[in-house]
Design a protein around this ligand. Structure first.
Ligand code: HSC
Length: 688
């Protein structure tokens, strides 16, 4: 990897595709290369760069899970670069992240091109920059800016990096050539060691400010430890680094770090479809039709416009069509007003949107997403019409969240072109996209749906067909327990607070109020007929009978005096207590731990059932659905990750104990859970 250049300049190239991650092998080569160049009397300066279009995405994250992270240590390699007796120039193109940026910081001079992007995103993985980043970056850009960058994992571009002193020069064109030229010239930069720069003047003040901004309760201690590490900066660089190393080791083994790294790899793993032949190609998607201009259809339109796609929204009602267009245009304009996009980009996005009153407008689209009312007859009308109108290669997707996708696919002559694209509301914000694979969905149609998910910035997760698909099917068991807890002694705010403290963005009862109690009511009525042996608590029905359909009407389980803030309602508390009496349950004090246990175990057990049935490909798919669509804290990793944390034998034991108690019928252990627990396995085992 070392290429001596014209006698005087040695070029060291980081070359471990796809992102030049600094695994042990690369670090070994880098150390050897820098030592060789330093020792070679013919070499006067060194250029360090990445092969391909990136500098480096940092440490190899997969190494963090190993007991032994491999030799040589990142800090040792970087200290050797900094100590080099010849100028080392980093030539930076593309991403320069984490340990990649720390490597550049250990060089004596940094040149970037306009494509360069810089961040120390370790905090998003539950760790801290452990190769001198907390010690070097503040010395270059000041403690305040460095702390903001590191605690937020914020990315900056080349212009910002120049303004903040992170890089010394930004060039147009070939940055490697510019670096080589500079290194070979008489005017080459002198050796300037970042670690030897003075302690940043704003250190004490910036540390105090950052500490004051820390949230009182946080699931990850990484932001706090980053501040501690920066606070350890003194003129003695090595002493500060020792503190950084100790804090890095402490963080590496935390639950939050393991969970966040599980999420990082999980979000990439879910895009792999088991059994899909290598030669299956996704179809190109540039123009998309959306049928239905309601809240969901409009949200989908915004998400697609933001991804640079051309969109036609079909809405038959004139007023709804106009409202949909206005809402979409306003969302784009808001992004321009906030400086997220330029005015020119905003104009091109708005121009890419057209509206139509009839399906005939969709004759030339690559993909249609149906987002009409959840009623099979309504879907039949749309799909049979589309079958006549669209091109033979157009993919037909339904956004259904409750209906049988295979029944919908049967409305068209070729069901292999039908797939489910279940967006979550608001569709332009929520990252999850459940991609529903029907019995007949073609492999290339599935591949196209997954590529489309990525294109529109979503985490696409494949689900087989079942009632509620993966996410809502699990949520139903979770809610069932939440309501049983109310019957037994808890009150709504107690249940929600326990779950929120534990790590759900919003407690289950508040979620129902937000989604609309009437939606759950309709599902429960259907379930009462379909599953008479799995009764639901009567509490939510009583709430609905009072017309309390949730936040949208100002009252549900909670009351909403200002239209948004959930406030406990004594009337509902009384209703719950009366209901317990009516069904003959003696109310008892229920601790937060029991609430969390029961709600979480319900998710785990149903998740295991779903994986066992092959509805989800892998346990990690279930986790990614919960992290990206259901407000499950990333620092908790997802229900199946949690099951592994608890230990499957313990999970099973707890479930069996619940099965012996009240409403024990709801706790039949999932076969997969029983099987894995018996084998001493985990959901994370690759062969699950
Ligand atoms: C770090 O650097 C810690 C340091 O402070 C050093 C600590 C030293 C400790 C010393 C002890 C005291 N590692 O995302 P994509 C894979 S922490 C391993 O699909 P894109 C990725 O899994 C690191 N693998 O592509 C995928 O593999 P697959 C800080 C990594 O173009 C493939 O590359 N850095 C990897 O959409 C393509 O990735 C970060 O947090 C890594 N670092 O995005 C950056 N990075 O094909 C994390 C990527 O098999 N990476 N892979 O699925 C990213 O943000 C994005 O991947 C990019 C590319 C923006 C780089």
């Amino acid at each position: 990897m070392t290429e001596p250049q014209s006698g005087k300049v040695s070029e060291i190239i980081l070359d471990t595709p796809p992102v030049n991650a600094l695994g042990a092998g690369l670090r070994r080569h880098l150390l050897a290369a820098i030592e060789a160049a330093d020792a070679d009397p013919a070499v006067e300066a060194i250029v360090l760069r990445g092969a391909g279009s990136v500098f480096s995405a940092g440490a190899d994250i997969a190494e963090f899970a190993a007991d032994d992270m491999g030799e040589p240590w990142h800090p040792l390699v970087l200290d050797r670069i900094e100590a080099c007796s010849k100028p080392v120039i980093a030539a930076i193109t593309g991403v320069c992240l984490g340990g990649g940026l720390e490597t550049a910081l250990a060089c004596h001079y940094r040149i970037a091109d306009a494509s360069a992007r810089f961040a120390l995103p370790e905090v998003t993985l539950g760790i801290l920059p452990g190769a001198g980043g907390t010690q070097r970056l503040p010395r270059l850009m000041g403690a305040r800016e460095a702390l903001a960058m590191m605690t937020g994992g914020r990315m900056i571009d080349a212009g910002q990096a120049l303004a903040l002193g992170v890089v010394d020069e930004v060039v147009d064109g070939d940055v490697a050539a510019a670096a080589r030229e500079l290194a070979a010239s008489a005017g080459r930069p002198p050796i300037r060691r970042t670690g030897a720069l003075p302690v940043p003047a704003d250190l004490a003040e910036a540390v105090a400010e950052a500490r004051a901004r820390l949230p009182v309760a946080a699931l990850s201690t990484a932001p706090a430890r980053i501040i501690d590490s920066v606070a350890a900066i003194t003129p003695d660089f090595a002493a500060g680094c020792a503190v950084e190393t100790a804090l890095f080791s402490e963080l590496r083994t935390t639950e939050a770090a393991r969970a966040l790294q599980h999420a990082f790899f999980g979000e990439r793993k879910v895009s792999r479809i088991p059994g899909l032949a290598r030669d299956v190609k996704a179809r190109p998607v540039a123009k998309v039709g959306i049928v239905g201009g309601g809240l969901m259809g409009t949200g989908i339109a915004i998400a697609l416009l933001n991804a640079g796609l051309s969109v036609i929204v079909v809405e038959t009602r004139d007023d709804a069509r106009e409202k949909s267009r206005e809402t979409a245009a306003k969302a784009v304009e808001r992004d321009a007003a906030k400086g997220r996009i330029t005015q020119t980009v905003a104009e091109s996005r708005i121009a890419a949107l057209s509206m139509a009153a009839g399906l005939e407008a969709l004759g030339d689209v690559d993909l249609v997403i149906e987002a009409v009312f959840e009623d099979l007859a309504a879907k039949e009308q749309v799909f049979t019409a589309l079958d006549r109108i669209v091109r033979p290669d157009t993919i037909l997707a339904s956004n259904t969240s409750t209906l049988d996708l295979d029944a919908i696919a049967a409305f068209v002559a070729d069901p292999s072109r039908v797939v489910g694209l279940h967006f979550f509301s608001p569709a332009n914000i929520m990252r999850l996209l459940e991609v529903v694979r029907g019995a007949a969905t073609g492999p290339d149609v599935l591949a196209t749906a997954m590529a489309f998910a990525k294109r529109v910035g979503k985490v696409g997760v494949v689900s087989g067909v079942c009632d509620g698909f993966i996410g809502n099917r699990m949520f139903e068991e979770y809610l069932r327990q939440a309501y049983f807890l109310l019957e037994e002694g808890a009150l709504p705010q107690g249940v929600d607070r326990a779950m929120e403290r534990w790590g759900m963005a919003m407690g289950p009862l508040r979620v129902l109020d937000l989604a609309g109690q009437d939606i759950g009511w309709a599902i429960r009525k259907r379930r009462a007929v379909e599953q008479p042996d799995r009764p639901y608590s009567g509490i939510p029905d009583r709430v609905c009978e009072l017309g309390r359909f949730g936040q949208k009407v100002g009252r549900g389980i909670y009351q909403y005096p200002d239209g948004r803030t959930a406030v406990a309602d004594p009337l509902i508390d009384d209703l719950i207590v009366a209901y317990s009496q009516e069904i003959g349950v003696e109310r008892r004090l229920i601790e937060d731990a029991e609430i969390v246990d029961r709600c979480l175990l319900a998710l785990i057990n149903e998740g295991a059932r779903i994986v066992g049935e092959g509805i989800a490909y892998r346990p990690v798919d279930v986790d990614m659905i919960y992290l990206n669509g259901y407000g499950f804290a990333r620092e908790r990793g997802g229900p199946m990750f949690q099951a592994d944390e608890i230990g499957l034998a313990t999970v099973l034991e707890k479930i069996r104990a619940l099965a012996a108690g009240r409403n024990g019928w709801a706790w039949e252990p999932a076969p997969l859970l029983v099987e894995l627990a018996a084998q001493g396995k985990r959901f994370a085992d690759p062969n699950v």
